[in-house]
Design a protein around this ligand. Structure first.
Ligand code: F6P
Length: 360
């Protein structure tokens, strides 16, 4: 292995720079490799200034930095790229140009740091001949075959701090405070931060809820003199009668954007005579410096991905299983997205300590 490419696709997540840094250092010091950064996801292969050499100098000091020094693009699907032709917007397939770009750059391996969408594209590019290696990134923790993705722990810590801050106002003003959290169709952030943040109600996509059941919990607490409640609401949570709430519909490039369920829940609580306020934590969960756990995991993933590339383990993704770094086929990682299991210890524990999922 002489030439290695790295790109970061989809939304950013804390730890991307730590992966880049570890991969560059390992590739140079262990394998004497030349490393190239591809800017803005797969788009970099299509842009005149989309490729940058990455040496030890370029990655110095980036370990604690959020975001990605390479830029990301969450509408960068080469199989459906929007362009304007003759004044009309059309969608074209540029995947062959990406593969040609990889060949032109003479890359022996391309590390793709991304979530399910970016990794699925990587697998498809492999079928066209691209020597890809996946690294699982997302705050949502919804990628199959790995215990955890980097970025998740940081999001949990930010969400937990938000709960701590909301608690004081909830208690002082006797209010129901709703915190809407990210996670798409997976409830891991709301579940784990809800437990850590002392939530009374946790609503996640995997457990459809009834509004009346949420109210029953708030009333029960009120009758016992606990005049406030904390609700962790995953953006993908769905009520049994109303389904999920979207702030924007999708198209062939964008997936539908979830958002607004927290407001719906808050308004319902107010209508039942309890004062309520809603906070949407949004992109604060993705920004800023990664936690120690994420820095360390990202570093382990970055170095392991380069070792995997050197062994020729293409079309595979590095993963954490039983606390150890391993690798699995990309197809397996993206085939079945990870979701909260109803018999998960965390769900059982939450119920044991009196947290309502709004389903009883
Ligand atoms: O997948 C990560 C994530 O932050 C989701 O939790 C969220 O639904 C989505 O991305 C937001 O995407 P965007 O940055 O495009 O608004």
């Amino acid at each position: 292995m002489k030439r290695l490419g790295i790109l970061t696709g989809g939304g950013d997540a804390p730890g991307l720079n730590a992966v880049i840094r570890a991969a560059v250092k390992t590739a140079i010091s262990v394998y004497d490799c030349e490393v190239f950064g591809i800017k803005n996801g797969y788009d970099g292969f299509l842009e005149s200034d989309g490729i940058v050499p990455l040496g030890v100098e370029e990655v110095r000091g980036i370990l604690p930095r959020g975001g990605t020094i390479l830029g990301a693009a969450n509408r960068g699907n080469p199989y459906a790229r929007k362009i304007i032709r003759d004044g009309v917007e059309i969608t074209i397939d540029v995947s062959s140009e990406i593969v040609k770009g990889i060949e032109k750059l003479k890359l022996d391996a391309l590390l793709v740091l991304g979530g399910d969408g970016t990794l699925r594209i990587a697998h498809e590019l492999w079928q066209k001949g691209a020597p890809v290696i996946g690294v699982p990134k997302t705050i949502d923790n919804d990628i199959g075959g790995t215990e955890v993705t980097f970025g998740f722990d940081t999001a949990l810590n930010i969400a937990t701090e938000a709960f701590d801050r909301l608690h004081t106002t909830a208690e002082s003003h006797h209010r129901a405070m709703v915190l809407e959290l990210m996670g798409r169709d997976a409830g891991f952030i709301a579940l784990q931060a809800g437990i850590s943040g002392g939530a009374d109600v946790i609503l996640i996509p995997e457990i459809p809820f009834k509004f009346e059941s949420v109210m029953a919990k708030i009333r029960e607490r009120s009758e016992k003199g606990r005049k406030f409640s904390i609700l962790a609401v995953s953006e993908g949570a769905k009520s049994l009668d109303g389904g999920q709430v979207f702030s924007r519909s999708g198209d062939e490039i964008y997936v539908p954007r979830l958002g607004g369920i927290g407001q719906v829940v808050g308004e319902y609580i107010e209508k039942q005579g309890f004062e309520s306020r809603v906070t949407v934590l949004g992109h604060l969960q993705r920004g800023g410096t990664p936690t120690s756990f994420d820095r360390s995991l990202a570093t382990r993933y970055g170095a392991a991905a380069v070792r995997l590339a050197a062994r020729g383990g293409f079309d595979r993704m590095v993963a954490l299983q039983g606390g150890k770094i391993t690798d699995i086929p990309l197809e397996e990682a993206t085939a079945i997205p990870k979701r909260v299991k109803l018999d998960d210890d965390a769900v059982i524990t939450a119920r044991n300590v009196g947290i309502s999922f709004g389903d009883e």
